[in-house]
Design a protein around this ligand. Structure first.
Ligand code: HAX
Length: 437
């Protein structure tokens, strides 16, 4: 992988003086204020992290390396006869900031293919899990088990200059990313197909090979590419990205960091919401005995959910204040490929019905749909009906963003993350509620 690594190294050398200058000459410049509201409110919106891989604007949505999602999908090279770009090309973009040439993207496809073989024990770890386990728990463990392979760990133990740590992190990241489709599809086969798996095809790109191992025809390869690209990065403050970055800040290797981030992604307020949407829709279908709902019935169902103190899965966001462009891109795909799908029709009706209800309820700051409102229905349509599995797909995509971030964290020699805690007593003293006598 000499070409990409050299290019990345040049970028790193160019970038380092910028970070150094900010730190040396402007360390005391105030960027944001830490209020009690922020401390007790999950640090929502607090400007306290740095990443150059992606930026999330509340109104516009995500940009990867300065490119909107539309631009990313238009500009990245695509495999022959495919609607969606190479996932490997996205990795090149996130790492270097440059749209790769077809050759650069295909070089990375070859590199992933060379690194895709799993150690035998990973299958054994997966097999050892009891059947009713959630696939995200298995996924995290399978990744964790490969910690012993870490090149970064070996280099660190042997003694390596801090400036060079990005290099073994890069090698580990490529090794891990190349293996994720195989791990995920093996878990799928174990849990839902009595262990009948399809071996990987070394001549395919990541999305194509994933579809192949899932036993799916076209256009599922494009579904996989779209899914992995859309879910790859969403700047650094969300639970999964922040976890990956935090764990790696203690110089844990990529296997430890990605395994941990998968656990954060598995929560219902984060990545698990995509499975939540499908469960919630099926409850509705059961309630209606399979009949198509009227607008009134859907409205009633949304209100019933809210009145029971539950959230509407797939709606709202901690940063976004408009419809998530990741939702819109998937909607565009769905309108083209699955517009007559029964569940897609529900999803589309909800797009009209939910936002005004959330606005009327007046709690959610963002009444619009997020990425998870639309992703599950596409999987369902193409026959991946085990919705427990949907967050694993999210996890494959998110790992790409985490790896790009963590490689750059080491390249820029970001330190151990260690914010300071206060006690409630201290907050009451600061506010004057309690006198310190
Ligand atoms: N349905 C009902 N109530 C909602 C809501 C929704 N979809 N979204 C927010 N609210 C409520 C919150 O629960 C909160 O209520 P309380 O004051 O009673 O605690 C209030 O509105 C204010 O919340 P907020 O400031 O608008 O939103 P947060 O930043 O606290 O939370 C969440 C953001 C995404 C967690 C939230 O919108 C939510 O729970 N949505 C449903 C679950 C979901 O779709 N999660 C996936 C988000 C995208 C993602 O990370 N994908 O991985």
């Amino acid at each position: 992988m000499a070409g990409l690594k050299e290019k990345l190294y040049d970028k790193i050398l160019e970038w380092r003086p910028r970070t150094k200058k900010l730190l040396q000459d402007h360390s005391d410049v105030v960027v944001d204020q830490v209020t009690i509201g922020k401390l007790l409110g999950g640090m929502r919106g607090l400007k306290s992290l740095v990443t150059d891989i992606s930026y999330l604007d509340p109104d516009e949505g995500i940009r990867f390396r300065g490119y909107t999602l539309q631009e990313v999908f238009e500009k990245l090279p695509k495999p022959q006869k495919s609607e969606m770009p190479y996932v490997e090309g996205l990795m090149h973009l996130l790492l270097t900031g440059d749209i790769p040439t077809r050759k650069e993207a295909e070089d990375l496809v070859d590199e992933f293919s060379k690194r895709r073989i799993l150690p035998r024990y990973v299958y054994e770890v997966i097999d050892a899990y009891p059947c009713c386990s959630h696939p995200m728990a298995i996924f995290s463990s399978a990744i964790l088990s490969m910690h012993r392979e870490s090149f970064f760990k070996k280099k660190y133990e042997a003694g390596i200059n801090k400036k060079d740590l990005w290099d073994p992190m890069f090698e580990d990241s490529l090794n891990l990313l190349a293996k994720l489709p195989e791990i995920a599809t093996y878990i799928y086969a174990k849990l839902y197909r009595d262990g009948n798996r399809i071996q990987s095809n070394p001549n395919m790109d990541m999305g194509g090979n994933f579809a192949f191992m899932m036993g799916k025809e076209k256009p599922y390869d494009d579904v996989a590419r779209m899914h992995f690209i859309l879910h790859s990065d969403h700047e650094s403050g969300n639970v999964s990205a922040h976890t990956g970055h935090l764990v790696a800040s203690s110089l844990s290797d990529i296997y430890l960091s990605v395994s941990a981030m998968i656990c954060g992604l598995a929560g219902p307020l984060h990545g698990l919401a995509n499975q939540g949407v499908l469960m919630w829709l099926h409850e509705l279908m059961d309630r209606l005995g399979g009949e198509d709902p009227t607008e009134e019935e859907l409205t009633q169902y949304v209100w019933d959910t809210l009145n029971s103190g539950l959230v509407i899965p797939g709606y709202g966001h901690a940063v976004l204040r408009k419809t998530d462009p990741r939702y819109l891109l998937q909607r565009e795909f769905s309108l083209k490929h699955l517009k007559d799908d029964k569940i897609f029709k529900y999803v589309d009706m909800l797009y009209k019905i939910v936002p005004p209800i959330l606005q009327e309820q007046g709690k959610a700051k963002n009444p619009w749909p997020n990425v998870d409102a639309q992703s599950g229905v596409i999987q369902w349509h193409y026959g991946v009906r085990e919705y427990d599995f949907y967050t694993v797909l999210f996890g494959i995509g998110r790992s790409i963003g985490i790896c790009a971030n963590v490689i750059w964290d080491r390249a820029l020699m970001y330190p151990l993350e260690r914010p300071k805690s206060l006690t409630t007593d201290m907050l009451e003293e600061i506010t004057g509620i309690k006198k310190n006598d």
